[in-house]
Design a protein around this ligand. Structure first.
Ligand code: 9MR
Length: 375
């Protein structure tokens, strides 16, 4: 190429993304482009993404933000006291940085005993004191958030602390020793370790009125103490035909009124509903374990219903884009979804891309909901 033509080409290449001229990922075929003026589009992905080259084209065409599915959790990073293992998470952060993907760290504290290494709570056979528990928490957060200071855009600081039953907070080693204070401290420690990171409280079912009320109480309480809480994570693990649109909208409005941002942090729509697993003391579990109706593929009418329900969700997100900073899916495509394993093994189809990474009807429905003229 002649030097003059070469420089013209270089200028065109440099300005084209700003003019929306990207040839490879225009609005009609890329979620992140379609949502660009509204919110970031993210995804929770396999910890070993840096080695999974087959996943890269879909990931980078569609998403701008990534959350590691497991490798930054306390159990992965500090399984025993002081013995940090950063190998997988470091490779993840380097990969995302190289690919210009923003990072969500997940999570500094998981307020569930079965998800927190038992050593945090104990001294020998005795429960650890409040002081010791907070010291351990501070060391964990300072080491982890400090390690990638300035490189993680958002941290899920505390995950799943609100109770599903009648308590305010879920009973846990944290709650027992410190009450609500452990949440406040986690945010203070995270802010000290990485002052530029946006700090998120992340939980599920916060659309439901009872849990929404607990979340409002938590936000008010942290705000009154000037705790650096910046956003609420609504996980968004929904089930086909049960997407709680009106209740979700009420939660979005409540967060807007409180002046706190929202991230939809782990979105999916399960097509083999799972709620029955927990009903009536678990008496349906043996029956459900046999249930695997879509092992040979998902019927078109189910895919169509899923597409309509995803479209309704994204219409709602678009309406409330002023309060929503990001919408992240939980897993890259159907073959990688946690819902193939949880709470029983079945071939599931909860995402926008099928097992070959090809767009499903829900993909076009979401693009349409994001880009067509508002009603
Ligand atoms: O998808 C994750 C799965 O691979 C893990 O086994 C599990 C336990 O660590 O966590 C899953 O991700 C969860 C996330 O960390 C928090 N919200 C609920 C997600 C689905 O269970």
């Amino acid at each position: 190429m002649k030097p003059f033509l070469a420089s013209l080409w270089a200028i065109a290449w440099l300005v084209s993304p700003h003019l929306g001229l990207s040839a490879t990922a225009p609005e009609s075929s890329s979620l992140r482009h379609a949502a660009a003026k509204l919110f970031a589009i993210g995804v929770g992905i396999n910890d070993h993404i840096s080695q999974r080259t087959n996943d890269w084209p879909l990931l980078t065409a569609q998403f701008s933000t990534v959350t590691p599915e497991n490798c930054m959790k306390p159990a992965a990073l500090q399984p025993t006291e002081g013995a940090f293992d950063f190998a997988t998470a470091d490779a993840f952060v380097d990969f995302a940085t190289r690919q210009n993907l923003k990072l969500v760290g997940h999570c500094l504290v998981w307020a569930k005993d079965d998800r927190t290494p038992a050593w945090f709570y104990r001294v020998g056979q005795q429960p650890a004191s409040r002081e010791l528990l907070l010291t351990r928490m501070r060391q964990h957060i300072a080491t982890v958030a400090g390690r990638w200071r300035g490189r993680i855009a958002m941290w899920d600081v505390v995950n799943e602390a609100l109770d599903d039953g009648t308590n305010y907070l879920r009973p846990s080693g944290w709650e027992q020793a410190c009450g609500e204070e452990f949440i406040a401290k986690a945010f203070e420690y995270a802010h000290a370790a990485d002052p530029a990171a946006l700090l998120v409280y992340n939980d599920y079912n916060t659309e439901l009125p009872a849990k929404r009320a607990k979340m409002i109480r938590l936000v008010r309480s942290l705000r009154a103490k000037h705790i650096p809480l910046h956003a609420i994570g609504l996980q968004g693990h929904y089930e086909l035909d049960q997407v709680p649109l009106a209740e979700l909208e009420a939660t979005l409005v409540a967060m807007r009124e409180l002046g706190v941002k929202v991230v939809v942090s782990e979105l999916d729509i399960d097509v083999i509903p799972r709620a029955k697993w927990w009903a009536e003391g678990g008496k349906y579990r043996a029956e459900l374990r046999q249930l695997n109706p879509y092992r040979d593929g998902c019927p078109p009418e189910i895919l169509q219903r899923q597409a309509e329900q995803y479209a309704q969700l994204f219409q709602l997100f678009r309406k409330h884009a002023g309060v929503i900073a990001r919408v992240s899916f939980w897993n890259l495509h159907d073959g990688q979804s946690w819902l193939n394993e949880f709470p029983w093994q079945r071939v599931n189809h909860p995402l926008l891309f099928d097992r070959a990474g090809q767009p499903k009807p829900a993909f076009a429905a979401v693009i349409h909901a994001l880009t067509d003229a508002p009603p």
